[in-house]
Design a protein around this ligand. Structure first.
Ligand SMILES: [Zn+2]
Length: 349
């Protein structure tokens, strides 16, 4: 586990975030647009580089709309406005792909507009740890985040309805299926598959850019899950963060994890101190055009979620059951929200 920041640092960075959150959200809302990929398949791009907004999937079938990932309340409002600029169709449901706050905190927003929040049943256990107040416990991550995200004060956490993997809404050309392909980004990831359109909404199991947050991840199983997603043979892939594309997004994500795993394995086999090898591995991954786009160079507002060191440390731990020391050349520890997840984990494990 990473060392917690001091209380002063922690509160200070949250206060800075709180001051800057409002105007950025307004700018984001003004530029949000519905991007059509195929008839009935669209998404509203999020902006994880500047705010905690994920991509919002938009599926039109059976004369109604299904949303994939609720985003945070302001992100949900921006997506809703972008959708309503194009269609008045009712919004039947919002499907949360995993429990992370940038994918679930907009549940109340969508629910207040007639949509039913839905998720794979495995999400319940993770949400119960993060947000115990939803299950009769005390305050959780939501309360901690109100300083950083004042928008949460005018909303509320909402637990979705839980369904089994394989649950399908609609039939034939209108079918939308929720699939839990296994453990990866979290323990309860789900994807949303629209077979008639060969469209796959992946949540954070696939991202397009330096947005792999691995605090809750297991990388070996994640690589195998990506095989299963490739086997669906999707034509359209909407990742959790970054621009939509085709199956090449899954291939690229898997290649990145395999390359870092190979590098960590090689360092372990060399017998040298692996922590001292990490900066050189980092440089080689950045120098390779096939992997460079996945590496966070520190420019993201929420860089704390996405450190390369954390990915290497995860792989090292899975291989050796040991904790990788943070080398002096490694990026600085997370300042804000990445620490919130670790904070929660340290409290609950
Ligand atoms: Zn996530």
């Amino acid at each position: 586990m990473s060392k917690l920041p001091s209380r002063g640092d922690f509160i200070g960075s949250l206060a800075t975030l709180a001051m800057s959150a409002g105007c950025e959200t307004l700018a984001f809302a003004a530029t949000s647009k519905l991007v059509a990929l195929a008839p009935g398949i669209a998404y509203v791009p999020g902006d994880i580089e500047r705010s905690l907004t994920c991509n919002t999937g938009v599926i039109t079938s059976s004369g109604q709309i299904s949303i994939v990932d609720a985003a945070i309340p302001d992100g949900a409002a921006a997506a809703y406005a972008a959708i309503r600029a194009q269609t008045d169709l009712p919004i039947a449901r919002v499907i949360d792909t995993h429990y992370h706050l940038d994918h679930t905190y907009g549940n109340a927003y969508w629910s207040d507009r007639g949509a039913r929040p839905v998720a794979y049943t495995g999400l319940r256990a993770e949400l119960a740890k993060a947000e115990p107040e939803l299950f009769g416990g005390g305050p959780g991550l939501w309360q901690k985040m109100t300083g950083a995200l004042p928008q949460l004060r005018s909303s509320r956490p909402v637990s979705p309805s839980y369904v089994k993997s394989g649950t399908t809404f609609g039939s034939g050309r209108d079918a939308i299926t929720i699939i839990h392909p296994g453990t990866g980004h979290t323990h309860s990831d789900a994807v949303v598959w629209v077979p008639a359109k060969r469209a796959l909404f992946t949540g954070d199991l696939v991202v397009n850019g330096p947005y792999n947050a691995v605090a809750d991840s297991t990388i070996g199983p994640w690589i195998r899950v990506l095989d299963d997603l490739r086997a669906l043979r999707p034509e359209f892939v909407v990742p959790g963060h970054g621009r939509a594309g085709g199956p090449e997004l899954i291939v690229a994500q898997q290649h990145y994890f395999k390359k870092v795993t190979q590098e960590v394995d090689r360092a372990i086999e060399s017998g040298r101190a692996v922590d001292a090898e990490i900066p050189a591995i980092h440089r080689r991954i950045l120098a390779d055009p096939a992997t460079a786009s996945f590496v966070n160079d520190g420019h993201l507002k929420y860089s704390g979620f996405f450190h390369f060191h954390d990915l290497a440390a995860k792989i090292y731990h899975e291989r050796t059951s040991k904790t990788l020391a943070r080398h002096s050349d490694a990026p600085p520890p997370a300042r804000c929200c990445g620490d919130l997840y670790r904070y929660r984990l340290e409290e609950t494990t």
